[in-house]
Design a protein around this ligand. Structure first.
Ligand code: HOZ
Length: 427
């Protein structure tokens, strides 16, 4: 595959951008080689600057649930841009977006927009602390809630990929109130509450963690977290930046029938533009300035272009049988991949939940980060590059989830599975 233009661009990028990228996983360091550069994407395909076409399972890390460059999103952004790109004073799109989120996610009675998932999670934590007047937060190892200081502890995604789950530059004092526990471990949570009576502001969790690959909550686990937080006067915060409006129209909380106190969102609600949001019970949200004492702000929050793109994305999801299609595609991919691995005699745990997935190279089930760490990452590298050379793009790290869009077709999945079957036989 010719990648000459990408190579030249990367050489230039390395001179001016640390590592040549604006977000670490994109540098391909976990899989070796160099990133490709993209200047066009449409549907489920990316086209790199050398003209190579790839079936894309990264989908700009989740937002492109309708595929890239969906005509309705592009039209909405163009129309909004004609009237100005930012006003710094309320605009009508913000109200429409807030109302849509509140209608789709019943646990959210009020919502505030941010510019990224990182900001949303950082703000939700501050709000939980302000509301409960407690300092400690429980998070789970391998879960990633963006790169705010107090949450960058045993974090997933790029932090995990590059072996820095506790980042340099974060003073120990900033994370002393963050309690990190293994995911899916009931006893660890019970013990933490027993040891920190009346001190835990809340639990923040990716209900379906997608930043250490993908694993699912054990039966009863999310219910247990709901119960234990409620009984201790702590808040349950669902980080639905990845799962929101993806695993169901009401996110993972609809799928697993749990009502968190606060939720954070991003990705799909921006339709590919920078966005985040956090919302929840009205009396908690009213603790935010200007009504309450918890400060939170943003020059570009509620940006009209991002709102217009997100509204178009949500409207299209609701107007079509998107979720049924995503379920079907996910099931087809999982069945095909499991068969392909079995035929090739390669031990693979293919975890899947709706339109999110991850294959781990291990013969043991993967329920948490410790299990995920058993995956043979050397094998993953060869698998990743084998697929890339066959025109299939997975996230360049074992510790990221794959995503499907409504633009993928059964034929795309068949092509992917048959490419994977060939690559698996060479591993
Ligand atoms: N942390 C992001 C996904 N889990 C990576 C985003 C990016 O590199 O664009």
């Amino acid at each position: 595959m010719n990648r000459a233009q990408s190579e030249a661009l990367f050489a230039e990028a390395l001179k001016y951008i640390p590592g040549g990228v604006n977000s670490p996983v994109r540098a391909f360091r976990a899989v070796g080689g160099q990133p490709f550069f993209v200047n066009h994407a449409g549907g489920c395909k990316l086209q790199d600057v050398d003209g190579n076409e790839l079936i894309d399972y990264v989908l700009t890390w989740g937002p492109a649930i309708l595929g890239h460059a969906h005509p309705k999103i592009i039209a909405a952004v163009k129309a909004a841009a004609d009237h100005g790109t930012s006003f710094g004073i309320p605009n009508p799109f913000e109200v429409t977006m807030a109302k849509m989120i509140c209608e789709l996610v019943p646990s959210v009675r009020k919502v505030r927009m941010t510019n990224s998932g990182t900001e949303a999670c950082m703000s939700a934590i501050r709000l939980a602390r302000g509301f409960t007047k407690r300092d400690k937060i429980i998070k789970f190892d391998g879960c990633y809630h963006g790169h705010a200081d107090s949450l960058l502890v045993r974090a997933g995604s790029g932090a995990l990929t590059f072996g820095n789950p506790d980042s340099a530059g974060v003073p120990a004092a900033f994370t002393q109130h963050t309690i990190v526990l293994p995911y899916n471990d009931f006893e660890a949570v019970t013990a933490a509450f027993a040891a920190n009576q009346d001190q835990i502001a809340g639990i923040i969790i990716e209900p379906v963690p997608g930043n250490a690959g993908l694993y699912l909550p054990k039966p009863g686990y999310l219910e247990f977290l709901r119960e234990i937080t409620a009984s201790h006067g702590s808040l349950l915060i669902f980080d639905e930046v990845m799962t929101g409006f993806r695993l169901a129209k009401g996110g993972a909380q609809e799928r697993f029938k749990i009502t968190p106190d606060l939720s954070t969102f991003g990705k799909v609600i921006g339709g590919g533009l920078p966005v985040g949001a956090f919302g929840g019970r009205a009396e908690i949200m009213d603790y935010l300035a200007p009504l309450g004492p918890v400060y939170q702000a943003g020059t570009l929050s509620g940006n009209p272009l991002a709102m217009a793109a997100g509204i178009a994305n949500l409207q299209e999801l609701l107007a079509t049988d998107a979720y049924a299609k995503l379920e079907q595609l996910g099931a087809q991919l999982a069945a095909g991949m499991r068969d392909a691995a079995k035929s090739a005699g390669v031990p693979v745990q293919f975890n899947q939940c709706g339109s999110m997935f991850c294959g781990y190279f291990t013969d043991q089930p993967v329920h948490n980060l410790a299990d995920a760490m058993h995956s043979d990452r050397e094998r993953f590298k060869r698998y990743f590059h084998g697929l890339l050379d066959s025109g299939v793009y997975l996230a360049p790290s074992q510790f990221e989830a794959g995503f499907l869009s409504t633009a993928h077709t059964a034929t795309d999945i068949e092509k992917t599975v048959s490419a994977a079957a060939k690559v698996l036989r060479t591993l």
